[in-house]
Design a protein around this ligand. Sequence first.
Ligand code: SF4
Length: 695
Amino acid sequence: MVAPLTPLSVRTHCPYCAFQCGMTVSPALEVRPDATFPVNRGQMCIKGFTSADLLDHRERVTTPLLRGPDGRLGPVSWEAALDFVAERLLAIREAHGPEALAAFGSGALTNEKAYLLGKFARLALRTPHIDYNGRYCMASAAAGQNRAFGIDRGLPFPVGDIAETKALLLWGSNAAETMPPIMQWISAQRAQGALMVVDPRRTETARAAELHLQPTPGTDLLLANGLLHLAIEDGLVDEAYVEARTVGFEAVRQTVLAVHPAHVERLTGVPIEKHRRAVHLLAEAESAMLLSGRGPEQQSKGTDTVVAFTNLMLALGKVGKPRSGYGCLTGQGNGQGGREHGQKADQLPGYRSIESAEDRAALARVWGVDAATLPRKGKSAYELLDALGPAGGIRALLVFGSNVAVASPNARHVGERLGALELLVVCDAFVNETAAAAHVVLPITQWAEEDGTMTNLEGRVILRRRVRPPPPGVKSDLEIIGALAERLGEGARFRFSSAEEVFAELGRASAGGRADYSGISYRKIDAQDGVFWPCPAPDHPGTPRLFAERFAFPDGKARFQAVRHRDAAELPDAAYPLYFTTGRYKEHYNSGAQTRRVAALTEIRPAPRLQLHPRLAARLGVAEGDELLIESRRGEVTFAIAVSPDIRPDTLFAPFHWGGKTAANVLTVPALDPVSRMPEFKVCAVRATAVAGSV
Ligand code: SF4
């Protein structure tokens, strides 16, 4: 039973994942789920319930910190900190050019912050090098959907549609752990239809399904192509739909038919009868959805894998039909909006391309600059971090809301690159692992102390509302960007009195773009419980469902593209004989920079456990709680183990929420997808050795 809203409670949203649960917060910072918000409908997970614990946390930074001659971070005034940062930025730019400066944003930033940070990088720093941690999260799903549909919105329909679809295939998403309240929709679906899960682990989500396909890590693309092969062979293709609404199927037909199902079965390790059952359930249901998570996307062929999914669903004639289609379950809180408004190396606001002359001209008009002065495409997230230091050319980095030292692949190397910078500025509420390496830490507001908009996994733009004033000594990212822009001589373009004013400019900048927010206002979001983009005019209601009539290409047709399986960048061999894959726990969020400070969460999950199969444990001579030294070609980590039959015997799993000695990303490989530039977090090769004394 959800308690009624007290008169002074504020309706806002959880600061963590893309489900963006509606919640109310009282003046005493009591958090309750908002029963009236149509996405979570009164449910939340433990992270949301405990989100206010960080507001008055004893480790919170409430004054700027500057590294002194003794090598320690010590408090300084805002004036001193901002002057120091601006002077260093100007000096480095003068000596080495604007490309020696870089900014790194986050899928946790509000739309207003993401927009202003992109503008700041291009106009005030004048650098092409800005990217964000959404590159690690959403980039392959985005690239795949853009290729197939001409537009990228995580879900092209409201989450409520999930409950009504007759066949649901969740591919590489452990939604029961990563966004538990979505399970109310999935359970409703399961009660009236078929639920299938593809995952190398038998997760909590997989246990809820009637069919679980457990492929070898890195073979998702092959499996998807194999399903389409069987669909063609068994006459399940919707030829009329393919003819009317798509182009390019013939090349795909030939490509998938060239691969024999027995080969697919051998490489994926999934019995062929399961392939056939899955594709028949999808094809023969009156409505069907395929929703993907990070499993298949965080691979060096993630974009092609998403294209294989869209190929399959287009061939079955499902995309754009009621309660049907392909979607991805966005991860970070503003993973959707964060990729639309210009903090990505290749993008301008409104999902415009930084390399398009037309898009550059449209934005230059809004910003009042000459389009020729706008920088071109910069380096993607990992490539940017890899280029830090004199040898790589980037000497100063500003980080907003991202713990790159823990969240990046090949994390030890990234830590070394951060250490090579002449200036590292981190804007954060805590001294996380990245801030610990900074020359300057600027303390920022948290979610309950600011207004702004977020865009949830459905493409619904929602309002984050201020619950209380920030503590003295803390500024919002918007204020920091404005203050630095003043010192860099570009202040006039960054003077805003509120987040709402920034949003109004964002709306103008997005007008006519693919993610058109120009018809959205704070008032309208309030009145409609969120507005789905595109919303191109004040009297436009927003667009909850896409593709019913046309896709976002000039001819209105979706694109098939032939994609072929290729091996992961690293496969097990004699020296490193096991697969290693990463994921999440219910109690922690991303790099754990916030959730590792919440006592209620760390009491349940104080440390990571390496999951391995009993047969592998027996072979290695270890038992529950013993320690294993895990080595990859990039580093080594020692984990306590959790023995479970829920994982394949050839695969090890660890969560990536911790840094330091248990940082899973020390092991992961920085092989990048050639299109999305997303790293291959989900597959690398390791070896395991029992730690003497622990067994
Ligand atoms: S973390 Fe996600 S699922 Fe959990 S309460 Fe927050 S928004 Fe909801």
